[in-house]
Design a protein around this ligand. Sequence first.
Ligand code: DCS
Length: 513
Amino acid sequence: MASLTLDAINTKVLKCEYAVRGEIVTLAQQLQQDLQANPGSHPFDEILYCNIGNPQSLGQQPITFFREVLALCDHPSILARSETEGLFSLNCAFSYETKDEYGPAEFVFESIGWSTSFSSCIDAIKRAQQILDQIPGKATGAYSHSQGIKGLRDTIAAGIEARDKFPADPNDIFLTDGASPAVHMMMQLLIGSEKDGIMCPIPQYPLYSASIALHGGTLVPYYLDEATGWGLEISELRKQLQAAKSWGINVRALVVINPGNPTGQVLAEGNQREIVDFCKEEGLVLLADEVYQENVYVADKKFHSFKKISRSMGYGEEDISIVSFQSVSKGYHGECGKRGGYMEVTGFRPEIREQIYKVASVNLCSNISGQILASLVMCPPKVGDDSYGSYSAEKDAILSSLARRAKTLEDALNSLEGVKCNKTEGAMYLFPRIHLPQKAIKAAEAAKTAPDAFYCRLLLNATGIVVVPGSGFGQVTGTWHFRCTILPQEEKIPAIVSRLTDFHKGFMDQYRD
Ligand code: DCS
């Protein structure tokens, strides 16, 4: 047996937990293997993964324009050949076949008898050429600048400016392999010991608790108010900050996830202004997790970046430090496996910026496909571009379907006995509260498991539906929840609803007090 034992490894690693890939998921993988080896061995024929925000794993199709550009950038010799008619027709025949999904009117370029998908191919070729011109040596297989390719950062800064109507500086942008490494990088910068505290929402996305644990800091919780749609109260922030200070914790930063994960709320503009003022007054870095900025499903709410809010309040670089995290994994594109994202870092002294750069440079650079995708996500086709019609049809179809799925699942959950689910205004999740009967809580105790994990395990065993127990995200003591994504394809939703409903009825019949 190898000599390394658990008590010899880093205790910070032992302390770290990450529920979205935790014990329920491990069980699901075992069940899946069972089903493959032995079809019919369980009362369901497939595992429905509702545990993780991974849209393409559940059948969501990538945005054609993004992938065309990416493919052309990755293999520029196709681009050279594409000047020949052969590839044009190959590309365009492919796109032309999809026209029925979006309606011929948008695709037929009547005056010359071409489909507009023909010209949208040309658009992708043009964009790929522009991008390749920005990459030194046109080499996607080469390391880039540690902050990412400058031309792509220019494009991203232009996209941020177009979104916010306030200036953005390409030198403030650090391209990363998804938002997760960017969050780790900031934690590495901010945490030196357990005396350093980071305020996090509860419930929270466990990347934060895991990263704080790995870096040996202290998570200072602030509770979102479920009764007011997961409201974020400044009085709660003040109370928790005071408490942390009284224990000798130096609170360095406040994490805000907007739209919320797992809670799905979209912050109101006025609330965002209060948060900015709180951070400014208390000298806290505002870590703004804005990865779900495209995922807003309600007409009365809009996404506003915290940087835009603070600039609109007249605050500049000297007043507040803000880090905005963005990712190619979420939105309508869902390119999780491509690992792209960035952080926009504003309001830091030059000497701190140098340290952030140093930390980034230890990783050399983020992957180039992810960098290209980040530039596409922040600067997609615009009205008037030839590719705009097909691009926006794909985008709208995905976002409107997500909104419908969220509403159907929310209504279904709210119709169950003892279940209360707030609206999913944004992001990709539902986080219903389950009022578990005492009898179920006792049964969970006997099974040596948390009551919400007990519920999720029985749900999985009976239906094949994988959800994550609320305890993985944090919840008010004595309350129980689970997180379910809204990502299964729309045609699967009715089956999920009926399996979930039948299971819940049976569960309540067995355990009702
Ligand atoms: N921030 C939030 C709020 C997230 O939900 C996620 C991923 C990330 C950052 C990191 O994503 P990337 O590193 O891919 O950019 N969401 C996880 C989740 O809750 N389910 O799937 C992954």
